[in-house]
Design a binder for this molecule. Structure first.
Ligand SMILES: [Zn+2]
Ligand SMILES: [Zn+2]
Length: 259
């Protein structure tokens, strides 16, 4: 039997996944997905994802405020995220980060929110799940305020090779999503070999970024098999080996104990 895959980043409470989550998880299980980390992007979706993780054994939760929602990161909202992280089903703080691509929040708002959420992750010793788009230098500047190594991951890898090297040097894991399968994603695919075996993770970012054979459909954790096949090919290993090493890494990062 192929080793189970762990979808380290999906939004199971977002439509259309949220309205049919039982069927979505049944399909994920059949596809060989052992666990999903469902991610909150504001207080409301973080609360919903914790509730889902309490109900479903194969779902763990991450709570955070996405850079697009940085304007909602009031002191009350930060306190609410901190409170949600008390739940034992919460395995990470995220997603958080910086995004200078078509975002409604200013960079200053995003940086303030990021510092507040970093403080929660560090105090609780939880991994930090970072979203970064077109904000690589500002993100590295924030991260370098803190001592290394970091306990966290760069989700949906992108950026120049120098950014991946810098993130690895800070201690981060690197996770690839379905966009690595897109025909024109040459620059993204070139990042895959830069990541050592013990730092590589895989995710769907469902319902977004469905991989090539199902591109355009709403993405779901079961489709991670297409991304796993693409990553295995790019690294010159079989899918079983790829599954084994990414799952081992995810269990180490999130502290799953049955590994
Ligand atoms: Zn993201
Ligand atoms: Zn996401």
């Amino acid at each position: 039997m192929a080793p189970e895959l762990i979808d380290t980043h999906c939004h199971l409470t977002y439509d259309p996944l949220g309205s049919s989550v039982d069927a979505v998880l049944a399909r994920a299980k059949r596809a060989g997905v052992g666990w999903c980390i469902s991610i909150g992007t504001d207080v409301e979706s973080s609360r919903a994802t914790v509730a889902l993780a309490r109900r479903e054994a194969m779902v763990h939760a991450a709570v955070g405020i996405h850079p697009h929602d940085a304007r909602t990161a009031t002191d009350d909202a930060i306190r609410a995220i901190d409170g949600l992280a008390d739940d034992p089903r919460v395995v990470a703080i995220g997603e958080v980060g910086l995004d200078c691509y078509r975002t409604p929040a200013t960079l200053d708002q995003q940086v303030d929110a990021l510092h507040a959420l970093i403080e929660i992750a560090r105090r609780r010793n939880l991994p930090l799940l970072i979203h970064c788009r077109h904000a690589y230098d500002p993100l590295l500047a924030v991260l370098r305020h803190y001592p290394s190594p970091w306990h966290g991951l760069m989700h949906c890898a992108s950026g120049p090779p120098e950014f991946i090297h810098a993130a690895l040097a800070l201690g981060f894991y690197i996770s690839f999503a379905g966009n690595v399968t897109f025909p024109n994603a040459h620059a993204l695919r070139a990042l895959v070999p830069l990541v050592p075996d013990d730092r590589l993770l895989i995710e769907t970012d469902a319902p977004f970024l469905a991989p090539q054979p199902v591109r355009g459909k709403p993405n779901e954790p079961a489709y991670i098999v297409h991304t796993a096949a693409a990553l295995a090919q790019l690294r010159g290993v079989d899918v079983g080996t790829l599954g084994q090493l990414t799952s081992r890494n995810a269990k180490r990062l999130f502290g799953f104990t049955d590994a």
